[in-house]
Design a protein around this ligand. Sequence first.
Ligand SMILES: *Cc1c(COP(=O)(O)O)cnc(C)c1O
Length: 431
Amino acid sequence: MIHDNYGINEKGHLTVCGADTVSLADKYGTPLYILDEDLVRAKCREYKAAFEKYFPSGSRPFFASKALSYVGIYRIIADEGLGTDIVSPGELYTAIKAGFPTDNTCFHGNNKTDDDIEYGIRSGVGYFVVDCKEELYAVNDTAKRLGKVQKILLRLTPGIDPHTFAAVNTGRIDSKFGSSIDTGAAEEITKTALSLDGIKLCGYHCHIGSQIFESEPFCRAAGIMTQFSALIKKKYGYEAEIINLGGGFGVRYYDGQNEPDTDAFIKEISDTIRGVCEKNGMKFPVVFMEPGRSIVGAAGVTVYTVGSIKTIPGFRTYVSVDGGMPDNPRYALYASRYTAVIANKASEPCVDEYTIAGRCCESGDLIGEKMPLQRAERGDKLAVLVTGAYNYSMASNYNRIPKAPIVTVSGGIDKLTVKRESFEDLTHNEF
Ligand SMILES: *Cc1c(COP(=O)(O)O)cnc(C)c1O
């Protein structure tokens, strides 16, 4: 199996965290998201341990909760002692509802509204990651009006192309996010930030992209950011306390992808920062990073029930399932590749490559194409692996399909943590 938390039991059924996915599908219905809580916690600990080893005290990982946002996940993250990233007032609300300590959050987004800013400051958000000058003034003005001084980081674009899919490539100069170092905008906004008294500039942030498998782009970004900090120190006498290098650690979705080793990655990044600091007579800054996908991705499995199977001679065989783009829009959006297994025949060999289709009235509603699978029949349970990130958080009600529930598993014991939406929920806000 592509990750160690997946297995096959004596019945030949796919297991996750020791739990039988077929039994869970029978118990809770399909489509069903299953989340391996033990793996989520293990990933949190892996990051925390590496941070403690290689970065100065105060450094910590922040879980990028856009990857998976619901009340229960914030409790797990808080319990493990990580911070969390939020990108919208809805995520902030959910975190608050879970009792998440708001002073351990970073508030992101390229266009926070005045209401968002006020809600964030009133709620005690730890750090606003300020995207541009208009927002800088807006945060400053609101903080002053509320009689507070808001801690901020400035989002910068270090001009790096980490060779990933264009839509998730956000560190280049041409980006809707942040202020560019190369164009001088970053220096300009830093100067302004230092002149305002409703905010406290704590440092800089960048996020270069997603699904990055090599350490090189991160090290380059770390080098550029630290170098920028050195330049500002030399010119203006301000030394950043914090450098936040964003998220984007790659996760294996199918055989052949080589996942980065967290410890080695963090060490390389640490060595890069230390080198620049020593050369410029600076203190090693506190380092934040923001893993999202790599915390929850491999922990998730989606289980469906197989319906129609349609062979079009000379073309392909479609295996249709009772979910699709409403619970996983990533193939429709980015042609993202997944691994699938017939969960009740997991020990049988794959017999052919199939196209897995969803149930929406939309030809693009596919979970994947050319997917090797065991012989599929109506009524089988089909599991798609590594769906913990950007599935539930991107789910919609397209075609009025109620959102699937989330069951978490810990020590082999399952617990319903998000209830399946009802038809009544669908019309709840409608007059
Ligand atoms: C999306 C995002 C992340 C998380 O990215 P992953 O690829 O899920 O690790 C972190 N920080 C920011 C600012 C982001 O936009």
